[in-house]
Design a binder for this molecule. Sequence first.
Ligand code: 2AL
Length: 253
Amino acid sequence: MKIKVINPNTTTSMTATIAAAARAVASPGTEIIAITSRSGAVSIEGHYDEAMSIVGLVDAINEGPVADAHVIACFGDPGLLAAREIAAGPVLGIAEAAMHAASFVATGFSVVTTLERTRIIAEHLVRNYGMEHHCRRVRATDIPVLELEKPDSNCRKLILEECERAIVEDGSGAIVLGCAGMADLNAWLEDKLGVPVIDGVTAAVKFAEALVSLGLRTSKRGDLAYPLHKPYKGALSAYAPADRNPAPTRKLG
Ligand code: 2AL
């Protein structure tokens, strides 16, 4: 099967980290197609960056080889439901995937993310995903996303210390890494901490494989049906949805 793993920020070195993590866990029959968004912010660290990333995400889904499933490799899961509307197969966000994985292996987890403002966004996600019973706390490290790309930064130390505080102070049994740029850290952290450390890129790839193997596709009934056909104006006129929804063949109920 083919899984497109899309980095919705425009930093290719981060895509390389994400692709390596994805390929390390992919099954032998799985091809990982790693894509860097061609428009938008170099790092996604707020609501505006997220909103602006969605056009590049849509391009990455629509262009190039058709994939059986898509992974949105940014912890804010930007454009997740819009992506589910336009894709036929499953679409997984790394935050949603990581939180679900953590809930399977611990009764409580903490998220360790980058900036304070993205900590607040991750708290919104916890509530949106109904994870309040599982997530004990979301913690920021005050690391800007692109610092994670610098080999000589002290990011590893800061993240390790925050994870240690999460285990001791929150009583958490697992850690969720709150940025795709941390996809190369989970094995190292797990070794130091002795608890499960979940990177959403790898969790999402394995969930995507499982869903495709089960023959599950995104429901096209209700709000995840293909977008309604209508004109779009201005700079987004090329994004006007085509007429893709089949006419109903049988009325239910
Ligand atoms: C992210 C991420 O995963 N990639 C990015 O550019 N921003 N999210 C985050 N919470 O830092």
